[in-house]
Ligand binder design. Structure first.
Ligand code: SF4
Length: 338
């Protein structure tokens, strides 16, 4: 997690990590907007939570920056009246489920998630019918309705621990097939049936691209998100969630260069924390492939508007929320994988 920074840092530290299209055109203007957002947040007793894949300037405006698990934990313990979720819809929905009495705002309602959309309540019910007696583990990248039909949730930071914690060997894992396969390899003693969903941002990366990048940086450590395909994960030195990548860098004090196989905006956090290290996007083409268009729908302008106009307020059906909360709270009782 990190706190509020300055746009000076955005430009001097992260410029090389940010695709040209997304660079801050006028740092002084961005500083002014961040100042306005901070003043509005204080006036409304609002907390700004930002995912590691948010634009660097949005990360700088936030109170906390982290992965899905870290942000869920922050949402659960916040004393703020308003949560502005700088992320995608399922994340804001999870924050609302955990904080039914608070106002949760998503600055752009179009910020969805292709992976979450790959499973519906109807498709999950049909799948469950084929596997009676199996427990359903659902990745947090899913709708409230799908979570409500699940026994427990997980994130990429605790999926292995969640599966090991269950009192059964028969598990349905949904919706991400790449994360599911990776988890199944860590827990071979369990029968894990995996749904066929994927994150298009990560699933597009191939080992050949990573090999090409690696050939130009011998000795570089490859760190990959488990939403990547198996061929990429097999060549990775570290497989972890976005926040887990910070710890992964710490585990390699000798390494100067890291090849990062996840959405490019995470490199902003890595560069801030480790300014003496080099971080290279694994696709060799920053912003071309490992780019989540949904995450980039949140901008400083939409965050400011959210605070000024109280938009877009997230609501969840009470019955779904109660069942989904049970699945999320079970998940949060399980520690991170490492
Ligand atoms: S990176 Fe993939 S899983 Fe994450 S929000 Fe974007 S589409 Fe969804």
């Amino acid at each position: 997690m990190s706190g509020v920074g300055s746009v000076g840092e955005i430009v001097t530290i992260a410029a090389a990590s940010v695709p040209e299209l997304w660079r801050v055109a006028d740092p002084r203007e961005a500083t002014r907007r961040i100042g306005q957002i901070r003043a509005l947040a204080t006036a409304r007793n609002a907390v700004l939570l930002a995912h590691n894949y948010q634009l660097p300037e949005v990360q700088e405006a936030a109170d906390f920056v982290g992965d899905s698990l870290g942000l869920s934990l922050e949402a659960q313990k916040t004393g703020a009246d308003v949560i502005v979720f700088c992320g995608v819809h399922f994340m804001a929905e999870s924050a609302k489920i955990l904080n039914p009495g608070k106002t949760v705002l998503l600055p752009n309602l179009s910020a969805g998630c292709a992976l979450a959309d790959s499973i519906t309540p109807e498709s999950l019910l049909k799948w469950k019918e084929r596997y009676p007696g199996y427990l359903v583990v659902t990745y947090i990248n899913s709708s409230a309705e799908v979570k409500a039909l699940s026994d427990i949730c997980c994130t990429s930071a605790n999926a292995v621990s969640v599966i090991r914690s269950l009192p059964t060997d028969r598990i349905l894992f949904t919706p991400d097939r790449n994360l599911g396969r990776w988890v199944a390899r860590q827990v071979p003693e369990k029968d894990i049936v995996i749904y066929d969903g994927a994150c298009p941002t990560h699933d597009v990366l191939r080992d050949a691209s990573v090999e090409r990048v690696k050939s130009g940086h011998p000795g570089a450590v490859v760190i990959a998100h488990p939403e990547c395909r198996e061929d990429v994960l097999q060549m990775a030195d570290e497989v972890c969630s976005t926040s887990g990548m910070v710890q992964a860098v710490q585990r390699h004090p000798e390494a100067r260069t890291f090849i990062v196989a996840t959405e490019w905006a995470l490199i902003h956090q890595l560069k801030k924390r480790f300014p003496d290290r080099e971080f290279i996007p694994a696709d060799g083409c920053i912003g071309c492939r490992l780019h989540c268009p949904y995450m980039k729908m949140i901008t400083l302008d939409t965050v400011r508007r959210a605070l000024l106009e109280n938009v877009f307020e997230i609501t969840v059906d009470a019955e779904d929320a109660a069942l989904a909360r049970r699945a999320l709270e079970r998940m949060m009782a399980v520690p991170r994988d490492r």
